[in-house]
Each structure stands twice: as C-alpha cells, then as structure tokens.
Design a protein around this ligand. Structure first.
Ligand code: GTP
Ligand code: ZN
Length: 341
C-alpha cells in the first residue's frame, strides 16, 4: 500500500539527525512516521508504505512538550500502529495560549526554513521583521525574508535594502505572490524533504503565496476522508502540503500570531550590540535612563545607537520576561503534589 503522498522517508524529511536517535534493533518492530496533521487525541501520520491515523498518546510523556505536533517524527509499532516514542526535534514552534490559563501550544516541529513575509508598501515594518528574526533564531530555523507585492512597489530597492540590513547575510526574496514564475524562485529554499513555514502579519499575502506555491498539490489540500482504526470515517485536513519541488509547506492555524516566549537567546543575538553595551554600564541594574556611566545613553549621544532600536529591544525584553516568568510559575505549580497538570 502506498501512502497518499507517495513519498519515501527521505522525501518526507527523514535525515541523519533523526536516524541517529533510533537503534537498528528497534526497526524490526518499530517504524518512523511523520505527523501530517493533529486532531483531538489523534494524529495523521505518513511513512514508508503507511498513511494512517494513530493515537496521539505518548507512553513516556513527562511534560507539555512531549505531545506530538505537526512535523514531528514518531516511532510507531509496525503491527498495532501504537506510538512508542517521539523523536527529538530539530526545531519547535510553541506559543502560550491567550487568556488566563496560557497553556503551552505546540504549533509545529522540524521546520527547516521560515519565510518571514512582508509586503512592499506602508505595512512594511522593521520592528516587526526584527521580532520574527528573533523568533527564527530562538527556534533554530533559517529565516528568509519574502517581500511580496513587488508589482505594486514604488521604490522596491529601498525595501530590499532595509530588509537586508537587519542581519548580515540575511536572504531576501522579492516576489509577486500572484505570479507562479516569480514565486518559483522560492523553490530553492524548500528542496526535497525540506520543510518551510510562513509567518507574517495580516494582508501581506501569505494565503496568496501558499496557493501559488502549492500549484498542483491542490487535490491533496481537499479534506481527505479516512478510516480510523475503529472503522469510523474521519475527515482530515492535512497541515503539511507537498510542493512541486519536493519540499513541504507547513500550514497550521497557530503559526500566524506568535508571541516571544523564552526568547532570551534569540534576543541577545539579534541585539548583540545593545547587550554588549549593557555590560559596560557602571551599574549592573542600570535602567539605561538617567544613571551615571550608562553606556547605552552614551551610545545614543554618540549616534551609534538609535533610540528607536533601544526601544524595540526594551519592548521585546519586557515581553520576553513576562512570558518566561509565567512559564516558571507554571512549572513550580505543576510540581506541587495533588495539583492537576
Ligand atoms: N498585486 C499583488 N497583490 C498581492 C500580492 N500578494 C498578495 N496580494 C493581494 O493582497 C491581498 C491579501 O493577500 P492574502 O494572501 O489574503 O494575505 P494574508 O497574508 O494571507 O492575509 P491574512 O489571511 O489576513 O493573514 C489579496 O487581495 C491578494 O490578492 C502580490 O504579490 N501582488
Ligand atoms: Zn545603562
């Protein structure tokens, strides 16, 4: 039986990083499968000669991050299809649910490349791009800035320059999201077995881009009726889409609005100049406002740092600390005896 994607393990994104986590002896009874979609209590998986709905219950689960999410690799029993182990992820997008509870939502795993989508018009925002770049660092995915609406842009060069200046070596790809010939240049960023996800604010052209990129995959995007283990028919909407070039496009609902949680490392890298300055302030708890010997204020006076960039760093740092604090409190609470997880 072929899986409906007809893809081999390598084509599904299997590589040495995952192979190294599996012992040869395990493969006699277990097989690796990739999660293509997540539903309540079940996941749709694809592997060599298999395309099935399996339970999302992981036997050795110890915490919130042990639940399978889209893009994950699982080892399942060859006979019963019961999940046995979740493989370590190369990358993981997660976010705090809005609201009081702020539950951890796993959005996507094993994404290789993040398309940060921005349009060449008045919506173009450097702080927003910077925020997405921080996230890409933190999550450990390669960022590519995709500039849309180039067919409408007045001064395209200035958008390309401003985006490119954000980070040394940053790849910037200007496209007309409606034009397949223009979008084709993105194929090089999502070759066979590579997984790409899109982020960007409303109206920049993400849906348009997805539709153009998917091209002939349209048939697979329709809801697939599948029979689950108990003989019931279930409707599956795939969240991983095969691209013509052999890559995978991850299109999950949670991917679009992202909070920075626990992004301290990414922040420090994107704003390394500011972090270096803070180490030179006379007081370790300097608020960088009026204190004597403040290296940040000195840099602003000298013109080597703009107040706007400082402001963005402060805003992101505050947001990051708030989210991280919430997480730490939750962890402590979860450890108390008699409390529900
Ligand atoms: N001319 C032109 N129009 C574009 C381009 N990309 C997107 N559009 C148009 O811009 C509008 C918004 O595009 P969408 O693809 O819906 O944007 P989105 O990012 O998916 O927006 P949300 O669904 O709100 O997140 C639509 O009318 C598109 O046709 C482009 O490259 N050129
Ligand atoms: Zn200071």
């Amino acid at each position: 039986m072929m899986n409906s994607t007809g893809a081999s393990l390598t084509e599904l994104g299997w590589r040495p990083f995952f192979g190294a986590q599996v012992a040869d002896t395990e493969l006699a009874t277990l097989q690796p499968v990739r999660v293509m979609a997540v539903h309540r209590g079940e996941v749709a998986v694809a592997g060599e000669n298999i395309d099935a709905q399996v339970s999302s219950f992981m036997p050795d689960s110890t915490g919130e991050e042990d639940r399978p999410t889209v893009g994950d690799w699982l080892l399942i029993d060859r006979e019963s299809h019961a999940p046995v182990r979740l493989l370590e992820r190369a990358s993981l997008f997660k976010r705090r649910a809005p609201g009081d509870d702020r539950r951890l939502q796993l959005v996507a795993a094993n994404v290789d490349t993040l398309f940060i989508v921005a349009s060449c018009n008045q919506d173009f925002s450097v702080p927003r791009l910077e925020r997405y770049l921080v996230l890409a660092r933190e999550v450990n995915v390669r960022p590519v800035v995709v500039l849309t609406k180039i067919d409408l842009a007045e001064r395209l060069e200035s958008f390309i320059e401003r985006a490119g200046a954000l980070q040394p070596g940053l790849q910037v790809e200007p496209v007309n999201a409606k034009d397949p010939a223009s979008v084709a240049r993105l194929a090089a960023c999502c070759g066979p077995g590579e997984t790409v996800a899109l982020l960007g604010s409303s109206g920049v052209g993400k849906s348009t881009l997805v539709n153009t990129m998917r091209g002939s995959d349209e048939i697979l995007t329709q809801a697939v009726r599948e029979q689950d283990g108990k003989g019931r028919h279930t409707t599956t909407v795939r969240q991983m889409h095969r691209l013509d070039g052999g890559g995978w496009l991850m299109d999950t609902p949670g991917m679009r609005e992202f909070q920075l949680s626990d992004a301290a490392t990414g922040l420090a890298e994107v704003f390394d100049d500011i972090v270096a300055l803070t180490l030179e302030c006379r007081f370790t708890n300097c608020s960088h406002e009026r204190e004597p010997g403040c290296a940040i204020q000195a840099a602003i006076k000298a013109g080597s740092l703009t107040p706007a960039r400082l402001g963005r760093w402060q805003k992101l740092t505050t947001e990051d600390e708030t989210n991280t604090g919430t997480l730490a409190e939750r962890k402590t609470r979860a450890k108390l005896p008699g409390k529900r997880k």
